[in-house]
Design a protein around this ligand. Structure first.
Ligand code: GRF
Length: 216
């Protein structure tokens, strides 16, 4: 069994992905252990989820800092106080500076509600509907300096139904997020997932450019 993998989770909101991670690290025999949850918003519901699970929380209000560099420097300090092996972005609604991203190179994961490289940024479900896409989904990726652009680890693909709205799609995509994020974190914690020179590697093999694909 590998030694424990300390994970810090960054949130801004509801934290349903955080909850899925909490549940998976509790339920399964795996080395990932969430040691802290940090939010840039004091009213993020995810903070209550963390407290209910006995996990340390910190709030770092970005509005209290003069600019991104100052905020990210304070964020690094807050995160590194927990000495994590992995930092997980779970609905953290801040654009991170290149310095922050470089500091956590190869140990920073994000989840995004689209089949990247499609629909980087916001309003992904509406954009998929407007484009007439037959498939939609979500992606876990290593974070690099390109927004929503780092090497993919895993994607879940769902069919778009003719009567789907942005809300119904969002709900089904969210269910998939709650499956693939714990899986990616588990792979990392078990020492199976790495960021190699040419992309994400699982068990020493390069992952395809889509990451590992799940279809429902
Ligand atoms: C998710 O849709 C995730 O893909 C995106 O932000 C949302 C966070 O949702 N990055 P929650 O706070 O985990 O419920």
């Amino acid at each position: 069994m590998p030694s424990a993998c300390n994970v810090v989770v960054l949130i801004s909101g509801s934290g349903s992905n955080l909850q899925a991670l909490i549940d998976s690290t509790r339920a399964s025999e795996q080395p990932a252990r969430i040691c802290a949850v940090i939010s840039n918003r004091a009213d993020a519901y995810g903070l209550e989820r963390a407290q209910a699970a006995g996990i340390a929380t910190r709030v770092l209000d970005h509005k209290a800092f003069e600019g991104r560099d100052a905020f990210d420097a304070a964020l690094i300090e807050a995160i590194d106080a927990f000495a994590p092996q992995l930092v997980v972005l779970a609905g953290f609604m801040r654009i991170l500076t290149p310095g922050f991203v470089r500091h956590y190179a190869g140990r920073l994961l994000n989840i995004h509600p689209s089949l990247l490289p499609k629909y980087k940024g916001l309003h992904t479900h509406q954009r998929a509907l407007e484009a007439g896409d037959r498939e939609h989904g979500c992606s876990v990726h290593f974070v690099t300096e390109e927004l929503d652009g780092g090497p993919l680890v895993v994607q879940a693909v769902i069919p778009v139904q003719t009567d789907d709205s942005a809300a119904s799609l969002a709900q089904r995509v969210h269910e998939q997020e709650h499956l693939i994020y714990p899986l990616a974190v588990r792979w990392f914690a078990e020492g199976r997932l790495h960021l190699g020179e040419h992309g994400a590697m699982l068990d020493g093999q390069p992952l395809p450019s889509t990451g590992h694909l799940f279809r429902t």
